[in-house]
Design a protein around this ligand. Structure first.
Ligand code: DC
Length: 231
């Protein structure tokens, strides 16, 4: 069967990775969460104290960048791929609010983007991939057969994220999450290099009032139509 490339972009906490994972599992495709890659570099930068609320030592980041190894690996054959930073699994560490608060600054650095986009290209050479992020349909795979652009109102998104982090036992407030979602949207869509914009040929889905199951079936049908060559 023909394999396609599926690009899922959109604003923070719109549920991109949930639906991307569901699609990849259903279609037997590779799933790549590119946000995790930007988060892993951010975690490295914070660990090494190159970045804080008062300074960003970009030179230190640029010097270290060639030595930073980002890879997705499975802990065992049955587990899902998780992100490794220089050989250490950082899947849990990268999801904290601490990393969320700084990731948009690191993701705005062109050299960081260049490095990660090259890895992402490589992962998609054989198609059969669902990749989610901010620039997948515009920069990484401009020829993707299916491009989805996801949105939802900021309060709905912040609330979903709040519930998720509370369930994990994180000590967070709804107000801090709403601010983080709004700040990241603004920084991600106004940065100079590869800003978050809807690709001209992307299909926009506002899921403020669509449940996960319905959304999955809508996107799956769009994918099936392209795999079958109906579109
Ligand atoms: O998908 P996420 O919320 O985990 O992504 C974290 C941040 O990484 C997001 O605020 C912007 C950045 N990002 C990016 O600039 N380009 C991508 N392809 C994916 C994420």
């Amino acid at each position: 069967m023909k394999k396609i490339t599926i690009a899922i972009d959109g604003y923070s906490s719109t549920g991109k990775s949930t639906v991307a994972k569901q699609l990849a599992e259903y279609l037997g495709y590779i799933y790549v969460d590119t946000g995790a890659m930007y988060r892993a570099i951010t975690f490295y930068v914070l660990q090494n104290k190159f970045l804080s609320t008062t300074k960003f030592d970009k030179k230190a980041l640029l010097d270290a960048l060639p030595t930073i190894v980002i890879a997705f690996k499975k802990e065992n054959v049955n587990s899902k791929p998780e992100i490794f930073l220089n050989g250490t699994n950082v899947e849990v560490e990268i999801r904290t609010m601490y990393v969320s608060d700084f990731v948009s600054s690191v993701a705005a650095v062109p050299e960081v983007r260049k490095k990660l986009v090259a890895i992402q290209h490589q992962m998609g050479v054989e198609k059969g991939i669902v990749m989610d992020g901010r620039d997948i349909g515009t920069v990484v795979f401009p020829n993707a057969e299916l491009k989805i652009f996801m949105n939802a109102n900021a309060e709905v998104r912040a609330n979903r994220r709040y519930e998720e982090l509370l369930a994990k036992g994180d000590d967070v407030t709804y107000a801090a999450i709403l601010k983080n979602v709004q700040d990241r949207d603004l920084m991600d869509s106004t940065r100079e290099d590869s800003p978050l914009v809807k690709a001209k040929d992307a299909i926009e889905i506002d899921n403020s009032e669509i449940n996960q199951e319905d959304q999955f079936h809508i996107i799956l049908q769009l994918a099936k139509d392209r795999i079958a060559g109906r579109v």
